[in-house]
Write a protein that binds this ligand. Structure first.
Ligand code: ZN
Length: 235
């Protein structure tokens, strides 16, 4: 088998067959494979491929469509994604300005995202969605709880925190994992209050939990929910 090229079409030339016509096939991986009659010279095969250009283009386009929906299926077929404790089903949509939107009870993912970047791009659209929504929500909830805990916060960042939900950085900056946005609002609040109370105590001793208790008397249930369900908050 040798690789040849006619204009913008690259194809794999197979050894000739005893048939009298040239077979052109688009393989499952998108390769164009050509098996000519045994008597043909490579130049003659090139000419046949050239004459079938429109057919090849049309079939390549079809192959692309099929392939895109095969990748998309993993992200569509019965998949649901969490946002603030509720599960929403995913729909692929055409002509949407934003890569991902939550609209009418569904996560609407732009088909372009999947077609251009496949599953990694789809995942990234979700990460950006959570980080963006998280930025707004954490700002609001921190503004609400900080005075109750009696602390002042320098800034908020939402990012990938690895296995941690949140941390308190330098100059009183709070960092939150974007995954927090998959948890119910009550749990998001618990994560916020927990982190704010670390401004008073860096440890998890009785005095620390006493601070948490002043603001969220039912913190034990929330903490337990996170312990049990935290691992399920994954993309
Ligand atoms: Zn802690």
């Amino acid at each position: 088998m040798s690789a040849r090229r006619v204009r913008d079409i690259e194809y794999q030339l197979l050894p000739g067959s005893s048939r009298r016509t040239t077979d052109i096939v688009i393989e499952r991986d998108g390769c164009i494979v050509v098996r000519p009659p045994a008597s043909y010279t490579p130049e003659q095969v090139d000419a046949v491929v050239e004459s079938k250009r429109m057919w090849i283009y049309r079939n390549l386009a079809e192959w692309k469509d099929l392939n895109a929906s095969a990748v998309a299926r993993e992200w569509v077929n019965g998949e649901s994604f969490l946002y603030l404790g509720s599960a929403y089903r995913l729909s692929l949509v055409s002509q949407q300005s934003a890569p991902l939107k939550l609209r009418e009870g569904r996560f609407c993912l732009s088909r372009d995202v999947i077609e251009r970047g496949g599953t990694p791009a789809a995942r990234n659209a979700f990460v950006c969605f959570y980080a963006d929504k998280g930025q707004q929500r954490f700002r609001e909830r921190v503004a609400y709880f900080a005075p109750k805990v009696g602390v002042e916060v320098g800034g908020i960042k939402v990012k990938d925190m690895g296995y941690r939900w949140a941390s308190c950085g330098r100059s009183a900056t709070l960092n939150f994992h974007w995954k927090c946005m998959m948890a119910p609002p009550k749990i998001v609040d618990y994560i916020v209050v927990h982190e704010l109370c670390h401004f008073h105590y860096r440890h998890h001793g009785d005095t620390f939990w006493n601070e948490v208790d002043k603001v969220l008397p039912d913190w034990r249930e929330r903490k337990e929910w996170l312990r049990k369900n935290g691992a399920g908050l994954e993309l």
